[in-house]
Write a protein that binds this ligand. Structure first.
Ligand code: UDP
Length: 341
């Protein structure tokens, strides 16, 4: 099976590729415009095309040259706050880019599509934990771009027979066991890598965006899920598509949530760094609580979380430290520009 991994040089895509490489039956082609991805994360010897999915002509050349059997689509702009400030850029990148990809798949008769969706499609949930069929009402453009693609996929299956799986990630966290790859966006907007930047002296303090939410300590609660577990879900999803030939969507969460304060306190405890924090106004577009149940992924995909021991967010930091992953990798990044954390 030849898999075209769009956005394969980015955070989740690069971890997916490590998992695919450990299996015998997959041939991999990476497509990435390297706007956020890191060329240093691409394993030697893999086919790589530096292409933007919105460049239709080049996209067609990639399909014609490699003739993939399946596409996994990780390319997207992902900042909630930025999407509120510049929504058109988000619709352009996330929706139009995916439309071009689907049109090209249809032209080249590629049947299987795995899509990186998000918890942000749910908006302010009425019931926690969110079930796989909870109602979707995004409260920011980022979430709406992803929900729009989910709708487009439904109609595309109907019209062109493209079979798809939407994986709705909750908060990806952690790094690869090798410590070679991890989370590193520029600009970084995510809580855990920003906290680690404070530990490493790259940032003076962490901002807490709002402490007046209706939560146990007033700060937002999120469901943090290990990036390698997200990666394995993609492979299970592709196996499912090939086996069942049926489209489906799945929540990928752990069923437990941690507040911004709890994340910062966990990092303080593990790193023994004071990590100064300053309360700022709420960030635009943030729902107070996002926690998912993943019953469908467990039952239908047979997905189990290897990092289920991350019962407490502290374990994420312990994990990052013990596995030589994030903390040293941030330092390494200063020396080797392409090392990602
Ligand atoms: N957050 C924060 N300070 C930061 C970055 C994030 O307080 O510097 C909060 C953010 O408001 C949200 C939570 O941490 O409530 C997780 O945000 P992140 O950007 O990591 O992921 P998101 O939930 O937006 O996908």
């Amino acid at each position: 099976m030849k898999v075209l991994v769009c956005g394969g040089a980015g955070y989740i895509g690069s971890h997916l590729i490590r998992e695919l490489l450990s299996l015998p039956n997959y041939e991999i082609v990476i497509l990435d415009n390297l706007s956020q991805g890191h060329s240093g994360s691409i394993p030697a010897g893999l086919a790589f095309e530096k292409v933007d999915v919105r460049d239709k002509q080049k996209l067609e050349q990639v399909f014609s040259k490699h003739q993939p059997d399946a596409v996994m689509h990780f390319c997207a702009a992902i900042s909630v706050e930025e999407s509120v400030v510049d929504p058109l850029r988000y619709y352009d990148n996330n929706v139009i880019g995916t439309i071009y990809l689907l049109q090209t798949m249809n032209k080249y008769k590629v049947k299987y599509f795995i899509f990186s969706s998000t918890a942000a499609i749910f908006g302010n949930p009425e019931i926690i934990p969110l079930t796989d069929d909870a109602s979707t009402k995004p409260i920011n453009p980022y979430g709406d771009t992803k929900l729009t693609v989910e709708k487009i996929l439904g109609w595309s299956e109907n019209a062109y027979g493209i079979k798809y799986v939407c994986l709705r990630y909750f908060n990806a966290c952690g790094a690869h066991e090798s410590g070679e790859i991890g989370e590193d966006h520029d600009p970084e907007t995510h809580l855990i890598p920003l906290v680690l930047q404070v530990v490493l002296g790259k940032r003076e303090h962490i901002k807490i965006y709002g402490n007046d939410y209706d939560t146990r300590d007033g700060t937002c609660i999120r469901d943090y899920i290990h990036v390698t577990d997200l990666a394995t879900a993609h492979i299970k999803a592709l196996e499912y598509l090939v086996r069942e030939n049926k489209s489906q969507h799945f929540n990928l969460g752990s069923g437990e949530g941690y507040s911004v304060n709890e994340v910062i306190n966990a990092a303080r405890e593990v790193t023994e760094h004071p990590i100064p924090a300053i309360v700022h106004p709420r960030r635009k577009g943030d729902p107070p609580v996002l926690i998912a149940g993943s019953i469908r992924a467990e039952n239908i995909l047979g997905w189990t979380r290897k990092y289920d021991s991350i019962k407490k967010i502290k374990k994420v930091f312990v994990y990052l430290k013990i596995n030589n992953a994030a903390l040293p990798a941030i330092q390494a990044e200063i020396i080797h520009k392409n090392t990602i954390i």
